[in-house]
Design a protein around this ligand. Structure first.
Ligand code: TA6
Length: 298
């Protein structure tokens, strides 16, 4: 039976919790209910935290798992039904949830697991420009693996359409040596070539800037990292799309919160509902976007 230690910490302007057990350590910020880091004892970090991360209110930290909600990426690139939900001028990239303080509902130890639950009460009618009543919760379970479940429940009396992602930054020894398995043969949207639809041949390796939306994704994707003898596994449900991103050399230089060579040590696989996989929540309906992040020695 694991025993957990929970401590509060301040990182710049952000309130955080550091949670440790005999086998893992997790750092979570109240802003965005954002996992900032996750490491299992005896292994390199599983989630990547930029060594130039900026811990400021109103700015998503370049790390861990930002929650993108109620839209993903540039709102203008979303289906009309998602765009129609928002009524303000400026639409921040990746939605409204990642830069607001969430409420910690509880931390509960259950056998060898620790369960942590957050809510974003503002999503029930108080988000600027987004006048809908959706109960939004993130449940984090730290056990043998790290489990994240994002639940949206529509309490309003009209349908609400959202896109969303658990925008996970994974740590790798060197992205040029890593590959993503599970995408073989899938169609994807190449956002760097006019959003053209293409087909993936074989596993995905990295040799340049990458920003793709994979469609009809299977329930399991994995990152093979030969140098760290590790396979990171992502088992998802409630999702048929995934975004895979690495900024590579030039984009990394433009990002103030990433070292110029930071792109070498990270890669994002974002368990998502994007493109033609957006979620329509009828009145009274719920959806759960879930990913279980684990690792194996190879
Ligand atoms: O997930 C891919 C992406 O949308 C990229 O296009 C890139 O912009 C990245 O997310 C990070 O976005 P951010 O707003 O956090 O800088």
């Amino acid at each position: 039976m694991a025993s957990f230690k929970v401590e509060t910490e301040q990182h710049g302007e952000l309130n955080c919790w550091r949670i440790s057990s005999d086998h893992a350590e997790l750092l979570i910020a109240q802003q965005g209910a954002q996992i900032l880091s996750y490491q299992r004892v005896g292994e390199p970090p599983l989630l990547w935290l930029s060594d130039q991360a900026i811990f400021r209110q109103g700015k998503s930290v370049r790390a861990g798992v930002p929650v993108c909600w109620p839209w993903f990426g540039n709102l203008q690139r979303n289906p009309q039904a998602v765009q129609a939900m928002y009524h303000a001028e400026q639409a921040p990239a990746h939605g409204l949830a990642r830069t607001r303080d969430w409420q910690l509902l509880g931390i509960e130890e259950a056998g060898s697991e620790l369960r942590i639950e957050f809510a974003l009460p503002e999503a029930q009618g108080e988000l600027p420009g987004w006048p809908h009543d959706v109960e939004l919760k993130l449940r984090v379970v730290l056990g043998d693996a790290l489990e994240l479940s994002l639940t949206s429940h529509n309490h309003g009396n009209a349908p609400v359409t959202i896109s969303q992602a658990l925008h996970s930054y994974f740590a790798v020894s060197d992205v040029r040596q890593a590959r993503v398995e599970g995408v073989e043969g899938l169609s994807y949207i190449e956002t760097l070539a006019d959003w053209e639809q293409r087909q993936q041949e074989g596993a995905l390796g990295f040799a340049g800037e990458t920003d793709r939306i994979y469609l009809d994704t299977p329930p399991t994707l994995s990152i093979v990292d030969p140098h760290w003898n590790r396979r990171i596994t992502l088992a998802s449900s409630g999702s048929r799309s995934a975004v895979i991103w690495n900024p590579w050399t030039e984009r990394a230089k433009e990002l103030a919160d990433m070292a110029d060579d930071g792109w070498q040590r990270m890669l994002c696989i974002e368990t998502a509902n994007v493109w033609d996989d957006v979620v329509e929540l009828r009145p009274g309906a719920s959806s759960v976007l879930k990913v279980i992040i684990g690792s194996e020695v190879i």
